[in-house]
Design a protein around this ligand. Sequence first.
Ligand code: ADP
Ligand code: MG
Length: 213
Amino acid sequence: MIDATAVRAWLGAFAREVAANRVLLTQLDAAIGDADHGTNLDRGMTDVVAALDDLADASPGVLLKTTGMTLVRTVGGASGPLYGTFFLRMSAAVGDAEALDPARFAAALRAGLDGVVGRGRAQAGDKTMYDALAPACDALDAAFAGRLDLATALQRAATAADVGRDATTPMLARKGRASYLGERSVGHQDPGATSSALLVATLARVVGAEKAR
Ligand code: ADP
Ligand code: MG
């Protein structure tokens, strides 16, 4: 079961991962955007960690809702509302459950992804965070359908997100600022897909490892 402690550990580890990759994310955004993705997401996740620290004994849903609201407020740009929506939709799917079984957690991630699509209208191959998140959700569903354990399923999701992130490099951007570059967006890895792959990798490392013990 994935409880509030696991969700908190995931979000805290993601914040550290974003901080460690802040320069990389910003460099990727410098190539096809406005060089703010790492800086903005790091600022947002730093605020998230502070907000979660103020919430003792919160349920997974409350932690996810606070994360979403904080990101919407502090990150700005395209990715702030998109990441914010992702976590707000996850929170709505989780409701007031104290702990989630793997299938419910996978469904919550899918709800988050649907929220990203509802807001940003990205499709597969548009060179966005969707290209990392959607394969991760698909891999997770397939793994659970095949009755794999949580750690293995999350590892497959992380691998799928990494493959999806790498696949954005040759893509022509069709959404967001990078789309203004047209053909010149080709040959660059998408910053949002890169941060999203970190989100899934962190999930596998923190939540998967915890449950495997
Ligand atoms: P901005 O482009 O406003 O500066 P960021 O730099 O923080 O915002 O984030 C850019 C990332 O947002 C892109 O790399 C892409 O992955 C993601 N993105 C942009 N537009 C969309 C969209 N419509 N749907 C999904 N993701 C998007
Ligand atoms: Mg940017």
